[in-house]
Ligand binder design. Sequence first.
Ligand code: OSB
Ligand code: MG
Length: 384
Amino acid sequence: MQVHRIELLQVRMPLVSPFTTSFGTQHTRLALLVRVEATTDDGRGGAADVVGWGECVAGEHPVYSAEYVAGAHRVLAHELVPLLARASGPNGRADIAADGVATALAPIVGHHMAKAAVEMAVLDAELRGRDQSLADHLGATRSRVPSGVSVGLQDDTDTLVEVVRGYLDEGYVRIKLKIEPGRDLDLVRAVRATFGDDLLLQVDANAAYTLADADHLHGLDDFSLLLVEQPLANDDLWEHAQLARTMDTPICLDESIESVADATAAIEMGATTVVNIKPGRVGGYLEAVRIHDRCRERGVDAWCGGMLETGLGRAANAALAALDGFTLPGDISASSRFYVEDITEPFVLEDGHIRVPRGPGLGVEPVPARLDAMLERRDDVTPA
Ligand code: OSB
Ligand code: MG
């Protein structure tokens, strides 16, 4: 396709309630979006003028990963978009396909979340041009996906139990509790005691422990959890393997997995027995499918993680999670879990599930008035 214009949009979205993890508390989501205008094949021998949207899942501060919004904005505007524009075809026209984006951007090391946003926007545009849904393109086999919810740390255990009760009343099929040193076993014990052993329950430490906490972490084995997510530091693959050897609770890596190569290494060394696949973290939806395929090949459970996505990323995550190797409920909740107002039509919970969009591309787009209301900046970064 020929890309005519690329814009970066920053949108600040208030959260319905503060979200607290072992990294700290956030009150708003600063979302970074990529918008491309392009002319692409319509799949019937003609051309179509299309708009594609991508979402960069980096956080406002580099606490979950090294990437963060201001850095991603900078690397997109000054490094990635110019490289994309240089991936030109005949006549020097920018000529790019979604499956060529990763190669075009490969000279830049890392920055997977920024790269993923570019690929997502190009892919959305390409699919809209030929009237195909992302779900169909990725190989989705389901029309809806089970919806899990990630529950932040609360002021006290009683409050946590009530917050969990609220989500269960809404119909969420799986609960994930954020934990950190000093706020872990008691929370899990209280939630189990209140809601029983049938509740699908897992915990996420966001890298807050070290191997010196192994004996304490063994305490989680009493609660028949689905998994414990990223107990140790991002780089501690070997330490995760040591911990996994001595725990009954399956270890699931999140932060540590930035590519299919990482996933393969972690699986092979026994550092992870379940994989949280987040498209942004691994450089895009196409790499996410490769990790999905690898997990399926090795008989490893996988699920789709979340990064407080707007409706754009939420739509794409639902499409991805509809592939049959996603064997556990993902963090794909309703828009209302985080936002009073989403920038797209909101995703709603239907019997504990989220419907997979089947319209062209992402199948959703920003509602201009909502986007404008929360827009902080908009930059045209089209190379001259
Ligand atoms: O560790 O899964 C995580 C949100 C931001 C950064 C990291 C994580 C999370 C979540 C929320 O747990 C998942 C969601 O978007 O529902
Ligand atoms: Mg996590």
